[in-house]
Write a protein that binds this ligand. Structure first.
Ligand code: SAH
Ligand code: MG
Length: 207
């Protein structure tokens, strides 16, 4: 069971993670059986990171959460997922890092969730440590989504987990790229479906 204060904090945090899907992320982290840290691509304000961090705090693991904090295309002004409260007043640009830091501070998860501020591709190009679980929830366009799969899935230790958000088999429900990379993981990668809640898919790599 997730600690109730953390559950409350996760529920009320700004972001894009339905509670039942967040609990699935929490549960998946508890089920990790291999060594290595957890990587999240797409921190935003830390909503999903609180779910994963709560479990990492229990197991003694750590979540490195990556984001340039400038927002995805669909979060820019005038787009569907824009939130004016995540804009820096001086620069006029999106900056979700202050909200992330605040959420980690308030939940006491700074020892379990470590933000990495930068472009996912750039970070991946310097990342060599084998990973026990990757959660892909960054840019949802075709180029960033496939890049995140290309860059990060291969770094997962055999027996580790790959979670992908916003997977919509029916095009009427949402964009294609997360679903496409889910199919790639099943068809070309060594992954099998482990759990599915809402648009969250969790795959396990062959041990
Ligand atoms: N997991 C979050 C939602 C993430 S939204 C939650 O639970 O609420 C997607 C995030 O991906 C945005 O904050 C955006 O800035 C980030 N992002 C998009 N493309 C990126 C890239 N190439 N590198 C790093 N972060 C990226
Ligand atoms: Mg998402």
């Amino acid at each position: 069971m997730m600690r109730t204060d953390l559950e409350r904090a996760a529920r009320s945090a700004r972001g894009f993670m339905p509670h039942d899907e967040g609990l699935c992320l929490y549960q998946t982290v508890l089920e990790i059986t291999v060594q290595g840290p957890i990587v999240e691509v797409g921190s935003y304000c830390g909503k999903s990171a609180i779910y994963m961090g709560a479990a990492a705090a229990e197991t003694g693991s750590v979540v490195f959460t990556i984001d340039h904090h400038r927002g995805s295309e669909e979060m820019q002004e005038g787009w569907e997922h824009h939130d004016g409260e995540v804009v820096n007043r001086d620069t006029g640009r999106i900056d979700s890092l202050p909200a992330l830091r605040r959420n980690l501070e308030e939940t006491g998860l700074e020892g379990s969730v470590v933000p990495i501020v930068g472009d996912s591709r750039l970070v991946a190009s310097h990342w060599e440590t084998p990973i026990s679980m990757v959660f892909i929830d960054g840019g949802h366009g075709p180029i960033p989504a496939h890049a995140d799969y290309d860059d990060w899935a291969s770094k997962i230790t055999p027996g580790g987990f790959l979670a992908i958000h916003d997977v919509f088999p029916d095009p009427a429900d949402g964009g294609r790229p997360p679903y496409e990379i889910f199919l790639r993981a099943v068809n070309e990668g060594d992954f099998e479906e482990h759990a599915a809640v809402g648009s969250l898919r969790v795959l396990r790599s062959s041990p």
